[in-house]
Design a protein around this ligand. Structure first.
Ligand code: 5MM
Length: 326
């Protein structure tokens, strides 16, 4: 999945998130529009040059291309391994205002068998941690870490590779240092629970946030600071035997996400014990969706932009990306 300096494409937006992205571009949020967008992505010429695996959503894995081929099969035929998001999104954590937990362990064993029969070879589960005044609580960290570990154990039992995604959000006015503290604490807790659940680190992928300044912070860390803080945090917390690390973009601009990944490889590439790559959604889809705007006539240009951005990240994964805006 992560071979040849490739990354993963997150195209697993739940229906509410997918609709939000369409509405932001004045595209009617219909099933037809979601399908058109997903077909555009899957059929983008050359997508497999930078992408080794694509994470689908339940709706998408049940859909087909215009020629009737199932989307998971089409991806596999193009050389992209199909995966599936198996969490059921977040709900409020009881007794903990402002914090959430992820639903989905009930019936998971059965759902995994169904997805496997539909061609999925890996899965993803996202937990969300908020930074705020007094947050995150120990309860939020422990609950989410335990659920991620349970999910990963179910997947390995089913012979599917779990992507474990504990996302510390960028929202808020916290500092880079605070994000580093929280991300370190969360990753320690996640790996402790994974270990206790008997999860084989070599057969899983971690999908973490980068260590960033809060979006609303007056002081924004530079590219090199983010790269150093993120690599330091990961080296302190992620066992060397983990199969791979693939970042989420979390609301960074496409340029920021690419430059951060690039700086990590350029400056610390030789220190990294695991493949370190990308599993972006917004940071690769945004420019393409803007160009598409829901119009079939814009398909080719949108596909060109999608592969431009996925390929940039493949170059960044080698520390060789040149900032065109610098
Ligand atoms: C694409 O969004 C994924 C699913 O989120 P929802 O259940 O809220 O719709 C999300 O897990 C995504 O895979 C990661 O956050 C990476 O996406 P970004 O946009 O952060 O790169």
């Amino acid at each position: 999945m992560l071979a040849d300096n490739k990354g993963l494409l997150a195209m697993d937006e739940s229906t509410p998130t997918a609709n939000k992205r369409l509405e932001a571009r004045h595209i009617p949020p219909t099933e037809a529009a979601r399908l058109a967008w997903r077909r555009l992505i899957v059929t983008a010429p050359g997508l497999s040059e930078g992408i080794g695996g694509a994470i689908l959503y339940d709706e998408t894995i049940r859909q087909t291309l215009a020629d009737g081929s199932p989307i998971a099969k089409a991806l596999a035929d193009y050389g992209i391994i199909p995966g599936i998001k198996v969490d059921a999104s977040t709900v409020p954590l009881p007794n903990h205002s402002g914090e959430v937990m992820t639903e989905g362990p009930d019936g998971l064993r059965k759902r995994l068998q169904e997805y496997k029969s539909m061609g999925a070879r890996f899965t993803k589960w996202r937990a969300v941690i908020n930074i705020g005044s007094g947050l995150p609580s120990r309860a939020a960290i422990d609950t989410n870490a335990q659920t991620l570990a349970l999910y990963a154990a179910f997947c390995q039992e089913a012979d599917l590779v779990p992507i474990v995604e504990p996302e510390v959000l960028m929202d808020g006015d916290h500092s880079l240092q605070r994000c580093a503290e929280v991300t370190t604490e969360v990753l320690h807790s996640v790996f402790d629970r994974l270990y206790r659940m008997g999860v084989d680190y070599g057969g899983m992928i971690l999908k973490p946030n980068m260590v960033l300044s809060g979006k609303a912070s007056a002081v924004q860390a530079g590219i090199d600071e983010v790269a150093e803080a993120t690599v330091t945090c990961l080296l302190r917390t992620v066992p060397a035997s983990v199969g791979g690390v693939a970042f989420l973009s979390g609301g960074q601009t496409p340029d920021q996400a690419t430059l951060h990944l690039n700086a990590m490889h350029r400056d610390y590439g030789k220190l990294l014990p695991w493949p370190l790559t990308f599993s972006f959604s917004r940071a690769v889809q945004q420019p393409a969706m803007d160009a598409w705007a829901g119009k079939e006539a814009n398909t080719a240009e949108a596909q060109r932009l999608l592969t431009t951005y996925t390929n940039r990240n493949r170059v960044a994964r080698q520390g060789a990306y040149q900032d065109e805006t610098a």
